[in-house]
Ligand binder design. Structure first.
Ligand SMILES: Cc1cc2nc3c(=O)[nH]c(=O)nc-3n(C[C@H](O)[C@H](O)[C@H](O)COP(=O)(O)O)c2cc1C
Length: 162
């Protein structure tokens, strides 16, 4: 089979996901964030989650070395925030834009939920680094989630129970 990269990307983009902003602190205590849809839960016992960091990201140095990160799960009205933290270059947070979870990682307001983790394992996989975190703290809110499918943001408003 010939591997058409563009078509392959379209195939992968057909899988609908939620949207998160992964946040962490740098050595000086400043908050940073990156828009990520590769987040997934892995294990309940112990509670583990993961996300994948592209090795060409301007934020690679920061996130590949972080001891803790928080997964901020976006609500459906927060598409603008997703675009901001998908911008080129390291995206920093102002001090008054976040509170801190147990590990110190930034928690953004108005989220569906926030999961605070300690990095326990890192796995190089092709052009990405898988960052596995053990949950230390979490917060759950209300409302509908932001979705991402075939390059478009959407909402979970049309959900139903399987
Ligand atoms: C919906 C969406 C999901 C994304 N998911 C990831 C991801 O899982 N991992 C990742 O490293 N970058 C992801 N990105 C890309 C980053 O947010 C960012 O745009 C990219 O790293 C380019 O900026 P940089 O090179 O300055 O880091 C995603 C972008 C968007 C819009």
């Amino acid at each position: 089979m010939t591997f058409d990269l563009e078509l392959y990307r379209r195939a992968l983009g057909s899988f609908a996901t939620g949207v998160t902003i992964v946040t962490t602190l740098d050595e000086a205590g400043n908050g940073h964030g990156l828009t990520v849809n590769s987040f997934t839960s892995v294990s309940l016992d112990p509670p583990l989650v993961l996300w994948c960091l592209g090795n060409k990201s301007d934020s690679y140095e920061l996130f590949s070395n972080c001891a803790n990160y928080a997964i901020n799960i976006l609500a459906d009205q927060q598409g603008d925030l997703a675009l901001r933290f998908a911008g080129k270059g390291k995206q920093s947070l102002k001090g008054d834009e976040f509170s801190r979870m147990q590990t110190g990682s930034p928690m953004l307001p108005g989220m569906c939920a926030v999961i605070d983790t300690k990095v326990v394992q890192k796995v190089v996989a092709g052009d990405h680094l898988i960052l596995i975190g053990q949950t230390q703290d979490y917060w759950v809110g209300h409302g509908h989630g932001l979705t991402y499918h075939r390059g478009h943001f959407g909402s979970t408003t049309a959900w139903f129970r399987p």
